[in-house]
Design a binder for this molecule. Structure first.
Ligand code: SAM
Length: 342
C-alpha cells in the first residue's frame, strides 16, 4: 500500500494536510518508528512544504474503528448532498473545525456526530463562518456538537499551547516554518517576535535555542493572555510579552535604545506597514523574517518592500533569501524574506 513517511517532528502538520486534502486512507492505521511516522494515503501529491516527502510501499494494519466519515454518511445523505459534503476538516487539539455548505445546514448535527464517532479524541465540533478577518485575524465559529468550548491545548514542536480557536489566531500549519526560523537563531541572540499571538514563535525559540532574550508583541488582549499562560506552561524564563500595538511598542523600544539580532514579522497581510519601525530596531547585521502574500512570479515585490524600508531609514538590505512558507490561495503563496540588514 502507498504511504508517506515523514519525521515525527513534521507529523502533525502532514496529518492535517492529508485530512484537509482527502489524501489520508483512513481505513488503515499509520505506522510509527523511533523518529518517523508513515501515513497510509490514497495517492501521491506534490509536497507543499520546504522538505521533500518520502513515498513508500508498506503494509498497514486495518483500523477496527468505525468507517470513515464520508462512508458513514452515505446512507443518510442524497447523492446531491454527498457531492456538496466537505469532509476535510481541521483538528486543533480536541476541537474539529468543519465547513458546512448552506445546502447541508439541516444535516450539520448528524455530520458533526458522525465526525465525533469516527474521531474518538474529538470532544467539540465547530463550524467555520468565513475566513480570518480584521486586524486581529480571528475567525468566527459556531458550535455544533460536543462540549461548547473554543479553548483547547495543542502540541507543536515539543511545546504545549493553550489556544482559543475563535478569539485568537493560531495555525498549526506554520509549525514547520517556525522550526525553520528557530534553526537560524544563534546563542546569545536578542529576538523580537512581532504579532506573537498565543506565543508559538517566542516559546519555540525559547525552548529550542540559546537566545538570551525574546520579546513578543501582540495587540489582541485574549491572545496575549493565552501567551502569558503558555510561557508559564512551557517554563520559559527568557520571554517577555507586551500587549499593545507593534508600532507604538517598537517606538518605545527604539527610544530606550533597544535593538535586536532577529525580528519575526508573521502578519502577511499588513506587515509592510511595520517595516520602517522594524528596520529601526534591527541591529546592524541583524535579520528580519518578513512575511507577505505574493502571487507566483511576483515574490520580488516583498524583497523590494524590505529594500525600500532599509533605504528610507539609512540602512541597507545586505543579503536575502526567499522561502515559500505555505500556499494561501491558488497561485498565491505566503513567502518569507529572510533579510540581513546592515
Ligand atoms: C497571522 S497572526 C500570527 C500569530 C502568531 N504569530 C502565530 O503564528 O500563530 C497575526 C497576529 O498579529 C496580531 N496583530 C495585528 N495587528 C497588530 C499590531 N498592530 N500590533 C501587534 N499585533 C498585531 C493579531 O492580533 C494576530 O494575533
Amino acid at each position: 500500500m502507498l504511504g508517506v513517511k515523514v519525521p515525527l517532528t513534521d507529523a502533525e502538520q502532514v496529518k492535517q494536510y492529508l485530512r484537509q486534502h482527502d489524501l489520508a486512507d483512513t481505513s488503515y492505521r499509520s505506522r510509527r518508528s523511533e523518529d518517523a511516522i508513515t501515513f497510509p494515503i490514497v495517492r501521491k501529491f506534490n509536497s507543499p512544504w520546504e522538505f521533500d516527502v518520502d513515498f513508500v510501499e508498506e503494509e498497514f494494519e486495518q483500523h477496527d474503528h468505525p468507517e470513515p466519515l464520508r462512508e458513514s454518511l452515505r446512507s443518510h445523505l442524497s447523492d446531491g448532498e454527498m457531492d456538496n459534503l466537505i469532509t476535510a476538516f481541521d483538528i486543533v487539539g480536541d476541537i474539529a473545525i468543519i465547513e458546512i455548505p448552506e445546502s447541508l445546514k439541516r444535516k450539520e448535527l448528524l455530520i458533526a456526530e458522525k465526525l465525533m464517532y469516527a474521531n474518538k479524541h474529538v470532544k467539540t465540533v465547530l463550524k467555520k463562518i468565513g475566513g480570518h478577518e480584521g486586524e486581529l485575524r480571528t475567525q468566527r465559529m459556531e458550535w455544533i456538537a460536543g462540549e461548547d468550548t473554543r479553548e483547547t491545548e495543542v502540541a507543536e514542536n515539543g511545546i504545549r499551547l493553550r489556544v482559543n480557536v475563535e478569539e485568537a489566531y493560531y495555525s498549526i500549519r506554520m509549525a514547520t516554518e517556525r522550526k525553520r526560523v528557530w534553526m537560524h537563531v544563534q546563542p546569545g541572540e536578542k529576538v523580537l517576535c512581532l504579532f506573537s499571538g498565543v506565543g508559538p514563535y517566542p516559546i519555540t525559540i525559547s525552548r529550542h535555542t540559546e537566545a538570551s532574550e525574546i520579546i513578543g508583541i501582540e495587540l489582541n488582549s485574549i491572545a496575549h493572555q493565552l501567551a502569558v499562560e503558555n510561557v508559564a506552561l512551557n517554563r520559559c524564563t527568557n520571554v517577555h510579552l507586551v500587549q499593545g500595538d507593534a508600532h507604538k511598542v517598537m517606538r518605545s523600544l527604539a527610544a530606550d535604545k533597544q535593538s535586536f539580532d532577529r525580528i519575526t514579522m508573521p502578519l502577511p497581510h499588513t506587515a509592510a506597514e511595520f517595516l520602517d519601525d522594524a528596520v529601526r530596531v534591527c541591529k546592524s547585521g541583524g535579520t528580519i523574517h518578513y512575511y507577505s502574500f505574493q502571487a507566483a512570479g511576483e515574490f520580488e515585490k516583498a524583497v523590494d518592500a524590505v529594500r525600500t524600508a532599509c533605504r528610507r531609514n539609512g540602512r541597507q538590505l545586505d543579503e536575502f533569501s526567499l522561502v515559500k512558507a505555505g500556499q494561501h490561495a491558488p497561485r498565491v503563496w505566503r513567502i518569507c524574506v529572510d533579510a540581513k540588514v546592515t
